[in-house]
Ligand binder design. Structure first.
Ligand SMILES: NC(=O)c1ccc[n+]([C@@H]2O[C@H](COP(=O)([O-])OP(=O)(O)OC[C@H]3O[C@@H](n4cnc5c(N)ncnc54)[C@H](OP(=O)(O)O)[C@@H]3O)[C@@H](O)[C@H]2O)c1
Length: 391
């Protein structure tokens, strides 16, 4: 029996994880679930899987959840410290890190420091803390498995010996595929007028609102480039983004002998979730088998950095290193939130990030405290750019 904590259980990844777990009651037991404010949804999940612990964002939310769970033996708590506890408890083996944004950093790091099997969906945590996070994984012998479908595909396309001896693997390129999101074909001059609902309507994937906007700006791919750098120890020049609108090939590895290995599947996050949960075994995920004969032609082309300036900003941040990716991530989170709340336009997202990257100095990232201080500075700078844009 693997005992599981799901951080972000009410989200899109959280729901897909619960779906896969429900198919294998003989293998998995849920130890703890977390949410932020969607208390009713968390209560529903708790009634189904009866975890020992449930954590929400505030004392008020915890009070409401306790009332909804009256009569059930579930310990209800709130706040970051409680999230870190359920991520690092000796009563859990595996942690699904599926909180969205920087809020996931502390509990995901706590899981790594406790030597857990960490299933990483929360790419922002790794983007922010890069080397520090990977050092914690190594030092505490945690197991880190990627949930992002692209990184999961790359992981599956690399040899098992890659972590031990990356040189011998002969990797020529990591080919990160990208659907291009909903605005791949839309006239660039109309992007200023995009609404949050249009931006959240992804052609292939059903996801939370923040990552949906990130996909529309292609910042999601930018964050994934940085994530791939850390997960696979790959320099920026080894990582290439390839637009593949059908999202059937989830990513590829190109080798020095001319071989290209790819992982294919229907666009459904239950596949990478099931892969990581059962690794190195395989289990059913509920995802239908890919019907190759029913597939339309697969297309590939280069990304347009003028249409998607966020992708260029992310490559710049990766090359700059240190705290630059944390600045990028924080500015993006603030700008996306402001866009979703209709305070700024779609194209203002990249303007805010570019201004913050220029205005806030970045440097080495010697500690998590230094990263969090930069994160706070970038958020303040982004808010002041947004205030000016709105004036
Ligand atoms: N969705 C996908 O297909 C997909 C694919 C690859 C990677 N990812 C990554 O997986 C992560 C989750 O994405 P998602 O689409 O599942 O997001 P989502 O649907 O928006 O869910 C986010 C989860 O995080 C919780 N949360 C939000 N703010 C929080 C805070 N301040 N403190 C603690 N918990 C908080 C939410 O709780 P409430 O519901 O209570 O607000 C919810 O459970 C993101 O990092 C995303 O980039 C997602």
């Amino acid at each position: 029996m693997q005992r599981i904590t799901i951080l972000g259980a009410t989200g899109s990844i959280g729901a897909s994880t619960l779906d896969v777990l429900a198919r294998h009651p003989d293998r998995y037991r849920v130890y703890a679930l977390s949410a932020h404010g969607r208390v009713e949804e968390l209560a529903d999940a708790c009634r189904r899987v009866k975890p020992a612990r449930a954590v929400v964002g505030t004392a008020e939310a915890a009070g409401r959840l306790s009332q909804l769970l009256a009569g059930l033996d579930i310990h209800v708590d709130h706040g970051e410290q409680a999230l870190c506890e359920i991520a690092s408890s000796p009563d859990t083996d595996t942690v699904m890190a599926a909180i969205v944004g920087a809020a996931g950093l502390a509990p995901t790091l706590a899981a790594a420091r406790a030597g857990k099997k960490v299933l990483l969906a929360n790419k922002e945590a790794l983007v922010m803390s890069g080397q520090l996070f990977m050092d914690a994984v190594r030092e505490h012998r945690a197991t880190l498995l990627p949930i992002d479908s692209e990184h999961n595909a790359i992981f599956q396309s690399l040899p098992a010996t890659y972590a031990r001896d990356p040189q011998a693997a002969g990797v020529a390129k990591i080919l990160l595929t990208a659907s291009g999101g909903p605005f791949l074909q839309r006239a660039v001059e109309t992007l200023e007028a995009v609404t949050p609902d249009e931006a959240c309507k992804h052609p292939n994937w059903v996801m939370g609102r923040k990552i949906s906007v990130d996909s529309a700006t292609m910042m999601n791919k930018g964050l994934e480039v940085i994530e791939a750098h850390w997960l696979f120890g790959a320099p920026a020049d080894l990582i290439e983004v390839v637009i593949h609108p059908q999202s059937v090939i989830h990513s590829m590895v190109s080798y020095t002998d001319g071989s290209v290995l790819a992982q294919l599947g229907n666009p459904d996050m239950r596949t990478p979730i099931a892969h990581a949960l059962a690794f190195p075994e395989r289990i059913a995920s509920g995802v239908p088998q890919l019907d190759l004969t029913a597939m339309a032609a697969l297309q590939f082309h280069q990304p347009d950095f003028e249409r998607f300036p966020c992708l260029a900003l992310a490559f710049d941040a990766l090359r700059a290193g240190g705290t630059a990716p944390a600045l990028l991530n924080a500015a993006n989170e603030v700008a996306v939130q402001a866009f979703l709340e209709r305070e700024i336009g779609f194209r203002d997202i990249d303007r805010v990030i570019a201004e913050v990257m220029d205005a806030v100095p970045h440097g080495p990232a010697p500690s998590i405290e230094a990263v969090l201080a930069q994160d706070a500075r970038a958020r303040a700078a982004a808010k002041s750019v947004i205030a000016r844009l709105r004036a």
